[in-house]
Design a protein around this ligand. Sequence first.
Ligand code: C2E
Ligand code: CA
Ligand code: CA
Length: 535
Amino acid sequence: MNPKRMSEQELLDSLDIALRDDHIFPYYQPQINHSTGRMVGAEALMRWKNPDFGIQYPSDFIPVLEQNDLLYRADVHMFDAVCRFLKKCIENNFPIMPISVNMSRYDIYKHEYVDEIEALRLKYNVPVKYLRIEITESAAIGGMDLMMDVINRLHKCGYLVEMDDFGSGYSSLNILKDLNVDIIKLDMKFLSGEVGGRGGIILNSVVQMAKWLGTPIITEGVETMEQADYMRSLGCNYIQGYLYCKPLPEEEFIEKIQKVEHEAISPAMEFVKAVSSGNFWNPASLETLIFNNLVGAAAIFTYREGEMEILRVNKKYLREIGMNMTEKEVVRIRPWDSFDGLNRNIFERTVKKAIDSGNEETCETWRNVCSKCCGDDKICVRTEMRVIGFARDQYLVYAIVHNITKEKNAYLALFDSERRFRFASEQANVYAWEYTVSTKQMRPCFRCMRDLNLPPLLENYPEPAIEMGIFPPDYADMYRDWHRQIEQGVPHLEAIIPLTVGRIPFHVRYTTEFDENGRPLKAYGSATLVIDKKK
Ligand code: C2E
Ligand code: CA
Ligand code: CA
């Protein structure tokens, strides 16, 4: 059926039935965090579907209802419908988004509005945190006192209040300071115009003031990626508009909330002076250039009461530990999922240390990664982090990461073989040591250290062993000569030598290790007690 516009009289005549039979009902338009792609809420928008005339749009019927003082009834009906919807979500275990409901500027004059919606909410038993009320800025025409009173009463009941259509005309920035609103809604259509024009000035001052007040901003009417990216470059991530989603009928919205992840709205960030927020998120800015090219593998994440969320990573990060994911994919994963309990503790302790100290703090943690090409794996990451901004209890953290899996595994393997070696030498009554040809350094085994009281590292070997009398004076020159032979590339040496002042006969052996060019690197020495079988 082709929808036909209803005349004023037709609208007025059918209102009662429309309210009774839910011909007036909400569409839901998602509000999205442009940095994470997650949903932060939705706005309920009024639609009227007449059985004979088809769908009618607010621009046609709202002025008619307003002029006849009937919009109030439709608004209360919308609130009722949204409560029913939320109750249904709760009962069906659907993910639940906070829904913003519009309050007309004429509802300000109806003293009973707040009591009436509160009674409905209680009737359906919907927690207040799932409902927000949008009041348009133009309601201030009715007087600031009236508006302040309504906002205060809504706050008393626990509703978040949004200032709708901010910058649309009437008010000045003062209204923001005087009215204690929780969220500001800017409409893209009031902001267009040349840079430095009215739109640009409003935008800049609103964003600055909102940040100063810690009030989050939702930008409406966002139709293009450029607009969304531009808003993000100003630090405003929350977007409502055709770019992400048109207003949806209930069934489609339910499908949507089950597909898209969600998160809570958080206040605008107060950046520490070093990073100017505006430039930082602007893809064309110097800061971004630096972030992408001059620093190592880096990420920006937020931390709030144990919750962590990655906001941005650079290309080097994707190469270093991103395992072939795109930035979008990395930003959407839940970071904690890749940590086990122990490593999460280590990481979180370091974040808290960075928050307390204001300095750079470092930790090494293992993470499970699931890579597109190689399947599941474990990587070890060294993270150097520093807090660069905060808002209330939320912190913005800058992190440089290094994938140190190879080094760590090599170290662990070495540690492991050394442990096994010690164990074997202990069992076999062997004294062992390692001699590095180029540096003349000697590292004794645990047994040597214990029985001969040696330090872990001896320089200028073999002189110390001769001085200490481990190799007696009459064998000193021979032992020195062995080391010259090792240096010249002799692969194997052995002899029976009476060791220490007790002159106890030991079978002393050396085996030389060479590099790929055949140059001697190290020699492994061992001494085993000679057991006289004749005795
Ligand atoms: P609003 O509260 O500013 O709502 C946003 C309007 O922008 C909606 O129009 C929405 O469909 C539209 N919109 C969303 N994304 C885009 C976009 O990317 N580009 C453009 N050009 N427009 C976009 P809609 O649904 O036609 O509502 C128009 C107005 O009617 C609303 O403006 C609001 O003032 C009023 N209204 C809607 N529902 C209610 C209600 O339940 N009660 C009251 N009192 N007024 C309502
Ligand atoms: Ca609105
Ligand atoms: Ca609006």
